[in-house]
Design a protein around this ligand. Structure first.
Ligand code: SF4
Length: 356
């Protein structure tokens, strides 16, 4: 099936929003609101810190009003609904409907277990995409989430969503020992089915995750991503090309995690989607100079190996909008390797520019 691309309106709206905020000389502002309307999940993946961190509030839910209020407080045109498993929230359809009505671009992240039976609660829209989490083909994915049978259910739901006319993307977390061949077969399969795009991100070694040795150190991440993000294979990655080049060790960025503020039943996570030293009730606390003097690579030891999209993908976008050459590079797409074309030939860090 031929996949449709990301809606043009999304690119235009995001471009206009960023330009307006820069013209107003806002030093920090959000690009994507991450909304976690609950933290309970129907899986207990070994790599997930959330369900352990929030085990005391599994029964808490954000109301529809609280969810919309947080998104409006942030003002970012894109909303990623995560958790927990959002489809466990009894009013998730109302939350989505209210956000779609207000023309936010909503990405509903799901492990896929409840997706097929939930489809009737939603209407296909250019403002709504499902993001199905798949860490590999059947054997590898089921091992990654710690339960057999999950891949089959999630993949079948993904196909049902596509048949019903929904926009569908996928999200793949890369861990130590991720099987590159298996991932490439998965990406071919998903592309063949017609998903809109493939998102990739390194796993983060959450203090609360149950298996710490699954996570990649920064240089290992770069080596693995050079194999996974192979420009010659022409996969339709959903992450922006500059962030993909960052994952391949060809660019450096400082952290801009204020670009992805995360709202939970306890409030805004501070400082970021990954770390929550505290929860605060005003989003403005996430934009303060004092906070970002303390967080990011080389500032806090917990940031040392972080290459998460929540911190570095916004950095690549902000950088692009401040430097026309970077913007052209972002529009051009991920660059093809020189020489004999094998992407892992270049030394780690070659050509990398530090861009805070
Ligand atoms: S580097 Fe990573 S962990 Fe540290 S503040 Fe940024 S996003 Fe959070």
């Amino acid at each position: 099936m031929m996949a449709k691309g990301r809606p043009m309106e999304l690119n235009l709206r995001l471009g206009a929003y960023i330009t307006k905020n820069l013209a107003q000389r806002r030093k920090r502002f959000p690009l994507v609101t991450i909304l976690e309307p609950l933290e309970a999940c129907n899986l207990s993946c070994p790599g997930c810190g959330r369900i352990r961190e929030y085990k005391n509030i599994w029964d808490e839910r954000l109301s529809v009003e609280e969810s919309v209020g947080a998104v409006e407080e942030s003002g970012a045109p894109v909303v990623s609904i995560a958790g927990g498993e959002p489809l466990l929230h009894k009013q998730i359809d109302q939350i989505v409907a209210e956000l779609v009505k207000r023309k936010y671009f909503v990405y509903l992240c799901t492990n896929g277990l409840l997706l097929k039976q939930s489809l009737k609660k939603f209407k296909p829209s250019k403002y709504l995409a499902f993001v199905v989490h798949l860490d590999g083909l059947e054997e590898n994915h089921d091992r990654s989430v710690g339960r057999s049978g999950v891949f089959k259910i999630a993949f079948s739901a993904l196909e049902a969503a596509l048949r019903a006319g929904f926009r569908v993307t996928t999200n793949t977390t890369i861990y130590k020992g991720s099987d590159v061949e298996d991932l490439h077969r998965l990406f071919h399969l998903l592309t063949d089915r017609g998903v809109e795009g493939l998102m990739v991100s390194p796993g983060y070694a959450y203090e609360m995750a149950s298996e710490h040795d699954r996570f990649l150190e920064r240089q290992e991440s770069i080596r693995v991503f050079r194999q996974i993000i192979d420009p010659l294979k022409k996969f339709r990655f959903y992450n922006n090309p500059l962030y993909l080049e960052f994952l391949r060790g060809e660019r450096e960025y400082g952290c801009s995690a204020w670009g992805t503020p995360t709202y939970t039943p306890l409030g805004w996570r501070k400082p970021c989607y990954i770390l929550a030293d505290e929860h605060v009730q005003s989003i403005e606390e996430l934009f303060e100079d004092e906070l970002w003097a303390r967080f990011g690579p080389r500032k806090d030891p917990r940031c040392a190996n972080c290459m998460m999209h929540s911190g570095f993908e916004p950095a690549s976008v902000f950088q692009a909008f401040r430097h026309p050459r970077e913007l052209m590079a972002m529009m051009r797409g991920i660059k093809r390797p020189k020489g004999d074309g094998h992407p892992s030939d270049a030394p780690v860090g070659s050509g990398a520019q530090r861009q805070d």
